[in-house]
Design a protein around this ligand. Structure first.
Ligand SMILES: [Zn+2]
Length: 467
């Protein structure tokens, strides 16, 4: 007969456990019973399971552990006879509206890690592959591409931002630089120089003007180093074609100069502001006012209640505003909506830029009012916001419909995240695969990856494949 094996727990003190010992037979079903609060979960989940999980994670590669973090050892003297454990969650399932079947699994976490480490970035502006260089490589590229040419070496300081930049020019002058490039034109830096503060500007400082040749290698090297320093890892080369090229230590689009931050796993998470689509905040859908619900019957006039949320005419500000607005189109509140021009309906729904004149005769006062009018849609939108009461939100909700987010097309991530690819697939395309497809893809992913990617990805792929 086979001897019975045990899991032995010595000195468990997690939560309210009073330094207890326990002996639990292995390979059999054990039920732990007791009063509520007596420590059943503390023993089962927080001690035995926690320790098993911790030991399991310890067997992971350094890569995965780095990502998952080390688990804390539960407060217990010793547990023997433990094998890697799985636990069935005690809690009810997570009702987070962001989770879907494809994304609740840990596989998505591994994909995020894979993309952060091995994804190739493409520019969402030009579609170009993003590149980053070391200072040495930049130097080599300049020597190769601009040999014999006269170039300006520039450090970008301001990228499409408003301001007069008086202090900036003063600093540049004090550092001893004579020229700057402002909105594409090279100009001498003069004392008290400033720009139109209400306009967007691009400003670069001219670090050096040089004819590229091997004999001036030392000077070129020095200037590149200075330019990289002044430009915070970024420089531009301008030759006689006057079309600058960008070189960067960070990921950068060589055509447009668009740069991405070094990707981390959270950049690929729609639960993180770093990765989420800014329009739908990672939900993939947005709520939009449904015009059909706002104006369900176009045969009615506004006076008769054509605009559902406003109802029939009352002596209130919004009706006066709409009356004044319609007056400019030569119609009245009694005109059926179907006879209004599209422009007039647009103004009623979305408001006007300029103030409208509410005539004294309309509201029975002795002088005219000038009012801004923001439109019925905005009015309902405000009631939809979190700051409004639940009642107001519910009321506003009846005029809304849920549509797929037009910015991310329901993919929930921001443009940057969606432009990292491995073998021509972005993370969204991979997470939409079913588990078999994904497995097949991973099995042949080696062939799609560059040597560097392969090395980085190998560890993580191993983890996924063994699942
Ligand atoms: Zn979106």
């Amino acid at each position: 007969m086979q001897e019975v094996e045990y899991i032995n727990v010595y000195g468990a003190r997690v939560h309210n456990l009073k330094n207890i010992d326990a002996e639990i037979p292995r390979n059999s079903l054990t039920v732990i019973t007791g009063l509520s609060g007596s420590g059943k979960s503390s023993l089962a989940f927080d001690t035995i399971f926690a320790e098993g999980q911790r030991r399991y994670i310890e067997t992971f590669s350094a890569y995965a552990r780095n990502f998952l973090g080390n688990l804390e050892r539960p407060d217990v003297d010793k547990i023997t006879g433990l094998s890697p454990v799985i636990s069935i969650e005690q809690k009810t399932t997570n009702k987070n509206p962001r989770s879907t079947v494809g994304t609740t699994t840990e596989i998505y976490d591994y994909l995020r890690l894979l993309f952060a480490r091995a994804g190739e970035a493409y520019s969402y502006l030009s579609g170009e592959k993003m590149v980053k260089y070391t200072e040495e490589q930049i130097l080599e590229l300049i020597l190769r591409d601009y040999a014999g040419k006269k170039i300006h070496i520039l450090s970008p300081l301001v990228r499409t931002r408003k301001g007069h930049y008086k202090e900036l020019f003063e600093q540049v002058r004090k550092k001893g630089y004579l020229y700057v490039r402002i909105d594409g034109d090279i100009r001498e830096v003069t004392p008290g120089m400033k720009l139109d503060r209400y306009k967007n500007h691009d400003i670069e400082v001219v670090i050096d003007k040089i004819v590229v040749s091997e004999k001036d290698y030392t000077r070129l090297k020095q200037s590149v180093a200075t330019a990289m320093h002044q430009g915070d890892g970024l420089l531009m080369i301008l030759d006689t074609t006057l079309v600058p090229r960008h070189y960067s230590k960070r990921l950068m689009d060589p055509i447009t100069g668009l740069s991405y931050k070094e990707p981390a796993p959270h950049n690929f998470s729609f639960n993180s502001p770093k990765g989420a689509c800014p329009r739908c905040r990672g939900l993939g859908v947005i709520s939009q006012i449904d015009i059909e619900k706002l104006i369900p019957n176009r045969k009615l006039s506004i006076y008769e209640g054509a605009i559902a949320p406003l109802g029939k005419y009352r002596d209130t500000m919004i009706f006066w505003q709409i009356a004044a607005l319609l007056d400019r189109h030569g119609v009245t509140l009694n005109t059926p909506v179907k006879d209004l021009t599209d422009d007039a309906i647009d103004e009623i729904l979305y408001g006007l830029e300029d103030r409208i004149k509410v005539k004294s005769t309309l509201i029975g006062t002795s002088f005219n009012y000038f009012l801004t009018y923001e439109g019925v849609v905005k009015y309902i939108r405000i009631l939809q916001e979190k700051e409004s009461s639940t009642k107001e939100q519910k009321w506003a909700e009846q005029f809304a419909k849920t549509i797929v987010c037009p910015e991310c097309k329901g993919m929930r991530l921001n443009e940057e995240a969606l432009h990292f690819r491995i073998g021509n697939k972005n993370i969204n395309e991979l997470s939409n695969m079913d588990i078999n497809e994904l497995y097949d893809w991973l099995m042949q992913a080696d062939g799609l990856m560059s040597e560097t990617q392969k090395k980085i990805a190998a560890e993580i792929l191993k983890e996924i494949r063994t699942r």
